[in-house]
Design a protein around this ligand. Structure first.
Ligand SMILES: [Fe+2]
Ligand SMILES: [Fe+2]
Length: 298
């Protein structure tokens, strides 16, 4: 993945660079950080809350449901920071051997710069929502560190694509939902626009990375993607969020995992990227059970 790319590949990166120059945001000025939260608005689209529709959900008052929505919003954006920190490391490591004159490197650096701003924006959002910086559970956090160290090949960008598309579908819906806090809608808008370019880049990197893999390498790549998507789907909602409304985290987590509505949500959030990963041959029959366990395929 260095200097000798065919012209048509470079054309993609040049197009992405032009798109970045035309439409990028600075959340420091494009988000109104001084505006107070609006009473009665939700942190995320209520139907996407992990325990929505369960008996446990029905046992909460409206006020508690809204509180939980703010904590799930905080958990999702802090999981996004966790993931963006991993992907920046993977991308910068790849660039160590790249051609500094090439559009590939120029765009990749632009993307890393986008992610720096996103992670700052998401971090500030947890402060604004007045919720803990949840991040993933400690075991997942540790597994992420290990994953970053060892992942290489198309699996790295396939994992990135799955997360970017999960966040994209979640945020696209939320930015158009008037019941949701203006703060969450605005950060969603910014992220959706900039991530559209990132997803094009990730798809391109996966396609390029698939060339010339041996059968054995393909198996390893498939297993790596299945492993990371499992980590990611578990990282989205930290079970400690349930304690914010007096629910035992273990009870809340069990309710979420067995909730058909939440399973369907994950399925919808992942559908586009899963179809792509299947199409390029990175899913593999043997791993279907793992993907199903992550609720990314029905
Ligand atoms: Fe991002
Ligand atoms: Fe991204």
């Amino acid at each position: 993945m260095t200097a000798t790319l065919p012209d048509q590949d470079n054309a993609i990166f040049e197009r992405l660079l032009r798109g970045s120059a035309k439409q990028s945001y600075d959340p420091e000025v494009d988000v109104d950080w001084d505006a107070p939260l609006v009473d009665g608005k939700w942190g995320i689209t209520p139907e996407r809350i992990s325990i929505y529709g369960t008996e446990l959900w029905d046992s909460l008052t409206l006020e508690q449901q809204i509180t939980l929505s703010n904590h799930e919003a905080g958990s999702m954006v802090s999981a996004a920071v966790w993931f963006e920190l991993m992907l920046m490391q993977v991308m910068l490591r790849d660039l160590y051997d790249d051609d500094m004159k090439g559009a590939h490197m120029h765009y990749a650096l632009t993307e890393v710069a986008d992610e720096c701003r996103h992670s700052t924006m998401f971090g500030k959002t947890t402060t604004k929502l007045d919720v803990p910086a949840y991040g993933p559970a400690p075991k997942i956090h540790a597994a992420g560190r290990l994953y970053v160290k060892h992942v290489k090949g198309p699996a790295a960008f396939a994992g990135i694509l799955v997360v970017e598309e999960i966040l994209d579908v979640w945020q696209r819906e939320m930015m158009n939902d008037e019941r949701v806090q203006p703060l969450m809608r605005q950060i969603s808008r910014i992220h959706v626009i900039e991530e559209a370019r990132h997803m094009s880049f990730a798809r391109e990197e996966v396609r390029r990375g698939m060339h010339g893999l041996s059968r054995r390498q393909l198996m390893t790549q498939r297993a790596m993607v299945a492993h990371v998507v499992t980590l990611v789907t578990k990282a989205l909602v930290n079970s400690q969020v349930y304690a914010s409304v007096g629910i035992d985290p273990k009870v809340g987590l069990a309710a979420a995992r067995s909730n058909p509505n939440y399973q369907q949500t994950l399925n919808e959030w992942g559908a586009k990227s899963v179809a792509f990963i299947r199409e390029v041959g990175l899913l593999g029959k043997r791993n279907e059970k793992v993907w199903r366990g992550a609720f990314l395929i029905p």
